[in-house]
Each structure stands twice: as C-alpha cells, then as structure tokens.
Design a protein around this ligand. Structure first.
Ligand code: ATP
Ligand code: MG
Ligand code: MG
Length: 553
C-alpha cells in the first residue's frame, strides 16, 4: 500500500487534493538572506523541491527579506548558488518578499478598515509587559479602541516617516486573553528608518515575520508552507492573517502551514554566532572551512548533492525532534562515490623504494582498472620505474605478528605491478630510514601472478613521474568527549582537527584534476580537490572521508 510509506506531509497534501483545496502543489524555500545555508537548510530545500516535483507542482525560491537589519546581497548570492548546487530547480525568477511590500501595506489597511488592527503608542517594553504570561492573561493597550479613521491616519503618518523607530507600531486586534500568546494582539508593522538592500529608503515601516510570511505565501499562491516545529504555535496567527486579509476563508484552504522537525547533527557547530567566533579566532579559514557543515563547506570538503539528498532521505520527515550522527553523512558519501570515482594511487607519507634489479631508465606502463567494482570506467596506464614511493607505514624493520606488508626478507605485491622482496634499508645519521631496497621478479608482472602467494599488497607511485600535492586530513573540530557547547557559551574545540601533509606524491594523471573533482586514493579514502586553495599547478586535496565506516544501515 503506497500511502503507508508516505510521510505525514504527503498525506496532508493527498487529502487537500482529494478535498479539492488544491489543484497544483506550490511550495517554496524562504530563507532570510542573513547567513550561509547549512545542512539543516538542505533538508528544507530538498523537501520543498521534492514535493513540488513529486506532485508535478511548482517550487519557488523566495528571499524573506523583510528585516533590513541583518540582510545582505552577499548572502543572496551564496544562497542561490547553494540551492542551485543542490539541484533544486526553482520556477521562474528568484522572488523577494520585499517585492510585496505594497500588497502587505494594502493588507494592513484592509485590517484597519475592518477594525482588526490598531496603531499602538506603547513602548516595546510596555507591550511585552502587557502581553501577560502563559498563566496570566494579557492586558489591553489604552490605544486599542482608537477609531478606524484615527488608525488610518496614524498608520499613514508612520509610513510617511513622521515617527521615530519604536514610537508607534501597528498591532493586529485579536484577543489579549487568548491562551496562545502569539494571538495577543501581535505587532504586525514597526517603524524602522533603515536602508533596505533592495528597496532602499522607499519604506520606513517594515512588516513583522508573522504578518509578512502568510501574505508572501498567499500572493505567490503557495499551497503548502512548510516550516520548522518552533512555528507550530504561530499557525493560528498564520491562518488569521490570511483569512482576515481576504486571501482565504477557512484554515482548511491553502496556503496551509505545515511544521516538521529540524535536522540536527550531533557534535557539529551550526550556530551563526559560534561559526563567526571560529572564523574570528582563526580556528577555521572561513564559513566554507571543510570542517564545518555549511553547504559551502560540505561542497568544498567534497560531498556531492546526491550524498546530501541520500542523507536527508534517510533521516526522513517527521515531527519528532532528534539528532543525527555525522557518520551517517559519511556513509552516504561513501555509497555515492563508491562506483562513481576513479581509484588512484597516492602516497601521503612517502618513503623511497628502490628496485635494485630493475633497469635504470626503463618506464613500463601498467594497465590499471579505474574502478575494480565498475568495469565501465575503463582502465588507465600508470608509469612504473626503478625508484618508487610507498607509504612509510607500509614498511617495518621489526614487524609484529600479522604484519604482512614490507619488512626485510618479505615478499609483497606492488599493486597492479610486480612482486618485490625487501632486501634492506638505508638510514641517515639519526637512524631514520631514507630508502628501502628490494628486488623484483619479472615473472609476476601485473600483480596477479598465481605461482606463489603473497599476503600483503601495497600501493606505490613512480618517483620520477609522480606529482607533488598537499593533502589535508580532517577530524571533528569539536571535542566529541565533551560535546560542542559549555554552559558559559564557550565551545570545546579539538586542537588536532586538521593535519596538513605537504609532500604527498600522486600518480601523474592527477595533474589534470580540477577544483571539486573527486577520487578515491586507494587505501586512504575519498578525496576532493580544494576549490579555494588549489590553483594552477598547486594541487590541494581534502580528505572527504576515510574508507572505513563506523556507521551501518
Ligand atoms: P535565522 O532566522 O537565524 O536565519 P534560519 O536560518 O533557521 O534562522 P531561515 O533563513 O528563515 O532561518 O531558514 C530558511 C528555511 O530553512 C526555513 O523554512 C527554516 O524552517 C528552514 N530551516 C532552518 N534550519 C533548519 C534545520 N535545521 N532543519 C530543517 N530546516 C531548517
Ligand atoms: Mg537563515
Ligand atoms: Mg528565520
């Protein structure tokens, strides 16, 4: 039965369609352009876009820019880029709530004329006191009974700039005794002599969120206005505004507000002011630092839109608040990249290996599968030479039991190449190994020789043909033992969240890698070319995730 697997929002939509409240589903993503988007916003974007697509409807991209204090064009641009990158295609042009300031103003006039709104002279502090508490009803303002004519005149004067910020507000006239505090004559317009990033100085009165948002939805013909749980108590006000301003006649009609639980990740920093502090303190190199979970950071780290979609789908849509572990996101990127990216050889901590019996100037090109699990990705040629680099940890002079990699006298497989037997090492005056020596068996070419068994297989890169790169390895920026935040508002930062490896050696083919290209580096994980610091012939790779998983479905 299909309806069983539908989430609660789909069930509401189905019912609305059945009851004739909606012909075409119209959803929107309505960010305030006051910051960068993070993984939580991705859930909202993909949810709204996904529903529109599923129901052959329409998805609007609308900036909720009704509060000029914190809004900036810079954020408009970054948000658009992130939504596009996630693959959520919006209908037509990008929309701005500020375009509807005239409709909002007209709607306020209609309320005044119906006796449903009044200009109040109380101060913000007095209004707060008069509003009452959960256990105590509110008190009516002495200005509540002003005549329609007086209210129209005063509101007009507010608009004309006659009053200073905070001197007067317009309030909805609902019910000061309502058990829902949001319904106790909420402020719907305030005076604010501020320059708006789009409308400039055209307006000096600005609508409050609870008044503006329903009108934005109504003007655009949004049918399902999906928001997060903290707005549940605002829903009666949402319906009140739309009904009283004449855009619908009952709560059953659309637009309709539906709330779902926010997406939270365990042990990550998402709060704007906390990220700001990390940037200011130089702990991270910007809002897109690969250790953060802004969309820009996830993109820079190497996550794909598909992996984020998979993650959001796995989490699901519910009304139950919970927190999801970061390893689940890592699981999704591994799943997504497994069959998609080339598996390359890259040495992160190089030590030289010399094959003493290999011809001095010979170069052989080994045929290597680009992805053993996906033969469609074809093969490539990888140069093999007398001098190679291998990982320092793939050699031990005195190995413990069960160490099957290189040690004196042991034979191992050089991946896709030859069997080699370690014959000894060179050391510097401090006893550090500078070079490992071995001999190879020409019979074993290709690495799948069956004449005798070897237990260890290690990867390698030609010393003369390999290219240099910087590789960055990441750990959680948060000290997971202690949790993110302390009671005093400080954070528990892991001092070792970034490891920079400057002398890595990669297969020559990686010289062609472009920013945001992704690869598996065999045995080391999945990597992505950094889109900020990788330029020209300076290659910088970020480790997206290691190969091993602690998360199981
Ligand atoms: P702020 O008001 O401080 O900017 P915000 O970023 O949560 O906080 P918006 O910019 O209005 O607020 O967010 C845009 C949309 O993204 C809203 O519809 C909001 O419900 C949704 N959203 C925000 N955070 C999350 C989250 N963690 N999980 C799911 N949806 C979210
Ligand atoms: Mg925001
Ligand atoms: Mg908000």
């Amino acid at each position: 039965n299909e309806t069983v697997s539908k989430n609660f929002i789909e069930q509401i939509i189905d019912k609305d369609i059945e009851e004739g409240h909606c012909q075409k589903v119209v959803t929107r993503f309505p960010p305030e352009p006051n910051g960068y988007l993070h993984i939580g916003h991705a859930k909202s974007i993909l949810l709204n876009y996904g529903l529109a697509k599923e129901y052959n409807g329409q998805f609007n991209m609308r900036f909720d820019d009704t509060n000029p204090t914190k809004e900036k064009v810079e954020f408009v641009d970054s948000i658009k880029k992130d939504v596009e990158w996630l693959g959520a295609k919006w209908n037509g042009d990008v929309l701005f709530a500020s375009n509807y300031f005239p409709q909002m103003y007209e709607a306020a006039i209609r309320l005044i004329k119906k006796g449903k709104a009044y200009v109040d002279d109380l101060s913000a502090e007095e209004i707060r006191q008069y509003r009452g508490t959960l256990t105590e009803p509110g008190k009516e303002s002495p200005y509540r009974e002003r005549s329609v004519e007086e209210n129209l005149k005063l509101f007009e004067e507010m608009k004309e700039g006659k009053y200073a910020d905070g001197e007067k507000v317009l309030r909805a006239k609902i019910d000061m005794a309502s058990p829902n505090i949001n319904m106790r004559d909420p402020i719907i317009y305030r005076v604010a002599h501020m320059t708006h990033h789009r409308t400039g100085d055209e307006w000096c009165i600005y609508p409050m969120y609870d008044f503006a948002h329903p009108i934005e939805d109504a003007v655009e013909g949004i049918t399902h206005s999906i928001c997060t749980l903290e707005f549940e108590d605002h829903r009666p006000l949402y319906d009140w505004v739309i009904i009283e301003t004449g855009y619908k006649t009952s709560p059953e009609e659309n637009p309709k507000q539906i709330e779902f639980a926010k997406l939270y990740l365990t042990n990550v920093v998402t709060g704007k002011r906390y990220i700001k502090k990390l940037v200011e303190d130089g702990v991270v190199d910007g809002w897109d630092d690969p250790r953060l979970v802004s969309i820009a950071a996830l993109r820079r780290r190497g996550f794909t839109p598909e992996s984020i979609k998979m993650f959001v789908d796995l989490v699901g849509v519910t009304k139950a608040q919970g927190s999801v572990e970061y390893p689940m996101l890592e699981y999704c990127i591994r799943e997504d990249l497994k069959l998609k990216v080339k598996r390359m050889m890259a040495i992160l901590d190089p030590v030289k290996l010399v094959i003493d019996n290999y011809p001095e100037d010979q170069v052989e090109y080994m045929d290597v599968a680009n992805n053993q699990e996906n033969p469609e990705m074809g093969t490539r040629k990888v140069p093999f030479t007398k001098e190679l680099y291998i990982e320092r940890e793939d050699f031990m002079e005195e190995p413990p039991k069960k160490y099957f990699r290189m040690f004196p006298g042991n034979e191992v497989r050089l991946m896709n190449a030859y069997y080699v037997t370690c014959t000894g090492v060179d050391k510097d005056e401090n006893g550090n190994i500078t070079c490992i020596h071995c001999t190879y068996d020409p019979e074993t070419k290709g690495g799948n020789f069956t004449g005798r068994k070897v237990k260890g297989t290690i990867h390698w890169v030609s010393a003369s043909r390999g290219i240099n790169a910087e590789v960055r390895l990441y750990d959680n920026i948060v000290d997971e033992e202690k949790g993110v935040y302390n009671e005093d508002g400080s954070m528990n930062i892991n001092p070792n969240s970034l490891t920079i490896l400057k002398n890595c050696v990669l297969e020559p083919e990686l010289a062609n890698a472009r920013p945001e290209d992704r690869f598996q580096f065999v045995r080391n994980g999945y990597f992505c070319v950094d889109n900020k610091d990788s330029k020209g012939n300076v290659l910088v790779f970020n480790r997206i995730v290691s190969l091993k998983s602690s998360f199981k479905l």
